[in-house]
Design a protein around this ligand. Structure first.
Ligand code: FES
Ligand SMILES: [Fe+2]
Length: 441
């Protein structure tokens, strides 16, 4: 593995990307996953084995699973009366990690004031629980990813674990040229006609790209002839530090969403996707409206086949299809061209190809094409920012200035050939709908 790949993909304590990620707030659970005085939950995050619990007052604790006495796992602990009590010798810890009871030690030898569990700061907003695993005494401001600022009842939140490194997972989101194949390979342009939202994608499956750096990350614009003289069809999407993407598959103005790829450890990640319901209702789901060559609608399976949640470190939000069952690929569906990929679910199509790369993609084996320039630029931007932090202590983008993320939107639009795409983007952002629930900007 090259040192670049190593620095990009390793997320444990002391690694370049791991320390970079620890400067940001990261979401790790839905609010409903933790009940007051309920069972503690095992959480793997940035390669650390943690225990999450909600105390009697509703506050969330997130701490190293090892009891600071003699390392019995606090997973086994009793969650009672505003704290988690280790079942080995009864020591008890509050959500901030303070030892509040040390009943196995005679009162005159009690030293609970000197004992702290390794606890991380958390906050809860709109149905998601976030953690700050960095070193600051005072945590940075709460992140301003627009979709996460919307009230829980205005958004759809979906979580799915993916069994591979976080980087190859998010690279799937900014790899727009796969849309004409993996998701739409069996869809024919002359059958669906130019009014169909996916016509552009299948009419020209080899778009050209522009990529730029932004204050919050990177942005690409992929363009094609719009089928109208003098106009271009643009699909614009973003990578946002450190784990977020926005995709282009909807009309720009209403498309409020974000997809976070939270690294659980080096070889597992958790998708946390947030969609503004109203925008989704207006846009529909482009992938869900495909016609195939014979003019019939493709039968796409919606949703996910979740496996039962277990108490394992990696036991939440798993789906049934994985490498052991070939992700459910159906060669008959492939042969009759009902699905180019033989897989009948859009998320699963992405899951299959990304997990099939192996736990961590070997970048030295790749041959990146001009159509991969967003991936190449995003890797470079990530490496530069992560190394600048590691070597010179440069604060990572958006940590202290989270408002930069409010300028990020994605989607598709058609503009005159003569219009610069960056100008068109700014115009689109200016005219985009801001949901009522979000902080105005
Ligand atoms: S190991 Fe936890 S109280 Fe002793
Ligand atoms: Fe995809």
């Amino acid at each position: 593995m090259t040192s670049d790949t190593q620095d990009l993909t390793r997320v444990g304590p002391g690694t370049v990307m791991g320390e970079f990620m620890r400067q940001y707030w990261l979401p790790f659970a839905r609010s409903f996953e933790l009940d007051a005085d309920g069972s503690p939950v095992r959480i793997m995050l940035l390669g650390e084995k943690l225990i999450a619990f909600r105390d009697s007052s509703g506050r969330v604790g997130l701490m190293d699973h090892r009891c600071p006495h003699r390392c019995a796992s606090l997973f086994l602990g009793r969650n009672e009366e505003d704290g988690l009590r280790c079942i080995y010798h009864g020591w008890k810890f509050d959500v901030d990690g303070n030892c509040v009871d040390m009943p196995s030690v005679p009162a005159h030898q009690d030293f609970k004031d000197k004992v702290h569990a390794k606890a991380y700061k958390t906050f809860e907003r709109n149905g998601l629980i976030w953690a700050y695993m960095g070193p600051r005494e005072q945590a940075p401001p709460e992140p301003m990813i627009e979709a996460t600022l919307l009230p829980e009842d205005e958004v759809d939140i979906v979580m799915v674990q993916r069994d591979c490194n976080w980087l190859q997972a998010i690279e799937g989101d900014v790899d727009t040229s796969h849309a004409g194949f993996l998701h739409n390979g069996s869809v024919e342009a002359d059958v669906i006609g130019p009014d169909h939202p996916n016509w552009h994608v299948v009419h020209n499956r080899a778009p050209e790209y522009q990529v730029v750096e932004t204050p919050f990350g990177t942005r690409y614009g992929a363009y094609r002839n719009a089928g109208v003289p003098g106009k271009k069809y643009w699909r614009v999407a973003n990578f946002m530090f450190p784990i977020w993407s926005q995709q282009p598959a909807a009309a720009f103005s209403m498309h409020v969403h974000a997809r976070g790829w939270v690294p659980l450890d080096d070889t597992h990640s958790m998708l946390i996707q947030i969609f503004w319901k109203e925008g989704r209702r207006v846009n529909g789901n482009e992938m869900g409206n495909l016609k195939m060559g014979n003019g019939e609608y493709v039968k796409l399976r919606a949703g996910h086949n979740y496996l039962p949640t277990t108490t394992d470190w990696l036991g939440r939000w798993r789906i049934a299809e994985n490498e052991s069952n070939d992700w459910g690929i159906d060669r008959e569906l492939m042969r009759n061209n009902e699905h180019y990929s033989g897989i009948d679910n859009v998320h699963l199509q992405d899951q299959a190809v990304t997990e099939s790369m192996g736990p961590i993609t070997d970048h030295s084996f790749e041959h990146l094409a001009p159509s991969d320039q967003m991936i190449a630029r995003t890797r470079r931007r990530l490496l530069r920012a992560a190394r600048a932090f590691a070597e010179q202590g440069v604060t990572p983008p958006g940590v202290d200035d989270p408002e930069v993320f409010m300028g990020a939107r994605s989607g598709n639009f058609i503009v005159d050939d003569s219009v610069d795409w960056q100008d068109a983007y700014r115009e689109q952002v200016k005219n985009a709908v801001r949901p009522v629930g979000a902080a105005a900007k």
